[in-house]
Design a protein around this ligand. Structure first.
Ligand SMILES: O=C(O)CCC(=O)C(=O)O
Length: 263
């Protein structure tokens, strides 16, 4: 298997785990070349990089290859449960970050909400305690990302804070606007970690993990995709056979349903 028992425990505790070499570096290079062409910018002429972030969407082909490698699909089975998630054909949005003194305006703490997305106002999009519409958040690194290269910031353990906020709201859940009303202050005490690593690394994150972008202080633009892993069936917090996935165990622990008191 791709993840060790210690990796799975770390996922339950911290809300994420990094899968190194989840897809080949050479495949990341091919994908990055496609993305560069789509930006219309010149990789060799930094003077053409005039914006702090360029968002691109929905690439298939080699990107689907990156999403479906054996190490990655094994890790998804291990975290979300075998047969309980849907393979991806595309990789969602790519926020490509460039070195810039300009504020990109999108570096606030948040979780990626996952239903009610038919509303034109994304602050009305919702999440619930069953993580309707999302089995995992995945961060695919398509360039080498060091500490200065705008790595996504992760609040380790914050998925537990969000589980406790969502639980009283039941099936209806909360909107992003309602969740953001606290400024995500309930997770401010959590240790901040960085999604750094070589191209080909994938961070598999609990759907409730609080995370944020940051300005790019390095030299090489950062290429990353952040698709959801979609559930094939709803998550369950009450299984007769007790066959909980680590995503479910983390929620149950946060809510004191596992007989352990998790901070
Ligand atoms: O660009 C990043 O590092 C994270 C972006 C993000 O979290 C988002 O757009 O929802």
């Amino acid at each position: 298997m791709t993840l060790s028992p210690a990796d799975i425990q770390a996922f339950i505790r911290d809300g994420y785990v990094a899968v190194p070499d989840a897809f080949p570096h050479a495949l990341a290079d091919r994908c990055r070349a496609i993305l560069w062409r789509a930006t219309g910018l010149d990789p060799d002429r930094p003077e053409t990089w005039t914006k702090p972030v360029v968002r691109l969407d929905q690439f298939a082909g080699p990107f689907a290859e990156a999403a479906n490698t054996p190490p990655l699909t094994r890790a998804c089975d291990q975290l979300a449960g075998p047969g309980r998630w849907l393979p991806r054909g595309t990789l969602g949005t790519f926020p490509i970050r460039f070195p810039s003194a300009e504020d990109s305006g999108d570096t606030g703490w948040h979780i990626d909400v996952s239903f009610g997305t038919e509303s034109p106002d994304f602050m009305q999009w919702r999440a619930n305690i069953f993580s309707k519409g999302r089995a995992l958040l995945m961060l695919f690194l398509f360039s080498d990302v060091g500490a200065n290269d705008a790595p996504t910031r992760l609040r380790a353990g914050s998925h537990r804070d969000i589980a406790r906020r969502l639980a009283p709201a039941g099936e209806a859940g909360l909107t992003l606007g309602e969740l953001a009303a606290t400024g995500f202050a309930e997770s401010a005490r959590r240790e901040e970690r960085l999604a750094t690593g070589p191209a080909g690394t994938v961070f598999l994150c609990h759907p409730f993990l609080v995370h944020a972008a940051q300005p790019h202080r390095g030299t090489a633009p950062r290429f990353m995709a952040q698709p959801p892993l979609l559930p094939r069936e709803p998550l369950s917090l009450e299984r007769v056979d007790g066959d909980y996935s680590p995503v479910e165990v983390a929620i149950r622990e946060a809510l004191g349903m596992e007989g352990v008191s998790a901070s």
